[in-house]
Design a binder for this molecule. Sequence first.
Ligand code: MN
Length: 285
Amino acid sequence: MRLAGTPDGRLHVVHDDQVVDVTDALGLPAGPTGGLRAFLERGGTVADLAALDLAALPSRPLATTTLGAPVPRPSTVVGAPVNYLDHKAEMGEQRTIAEYGVFLKAPSSVSGPDEPIRLPYHDVPVHQEGELGVVVGRRAWRVPAERALEHVFGYVPLLDVTVRSTEDRSTRKSFPTFTPTGPWVTTADEVGDPGTLRLRCWVDDELRQDASTADLVLDVAALVAYASHVMPLEPGDLIATGTPAGVGPLHDGQRVVLEIDRLGRLEVDVTGADAIAYADRPGAR
Ligand code: MN
């Protein structure tokens, strides 16, 4: 099943090129945190969604619907640094996630498929990082890797947009629109093994990233287990699983496309309309 959000926070099932509004049928609130997080917090499952009579619910064409993030405001966004060895090599990194552990992105960095990436600075590089995103389904605290996937609700194409400056990762990756997600979450039962997905990322016509999640240093189960031994993962939380080689600069007017097997295609524009000079940020010296 594929779950999408709209900017008003309502939850939809994507079905036969239609978006079916399941918010009222499931008794969910709309609003800034989004229906999917509320559904998962209540213990909602794929079986609950499968029991809905979609033909009886209000629908509209997917092609003409503006989508928001499937989970617009998770409680936590966990990031995985240096989780592919080819990216370690391109960045000249000496360490991997095994030494770095995880990092956090501001939940306010999450955006949807119809929102452009807003560059914060016009004179410091900002890179695309195409990644497999994990949506936590139920609370995970100190779960072993063998049981970790039971806590995963689904998967979503996710961009971990990153400023290449000297600051800490959490600073460089937390600007608004720096975690585009979408166009929808595909439930885990329809994805199968998350370690066999081809991931490709283009910027305009240039194919920059072409990799398989088989090459993750910490695979999804190991990453969920590890992160859950640091912090409780809550329903609707997002995990950015790391990026393979091929990151590169984004410029005003470009378009980023991230396609992952079985998950769909996330396409977002880039704008420099809000960009300031790096030296003009508060605290510069
Ligand atoms: Mn990343």
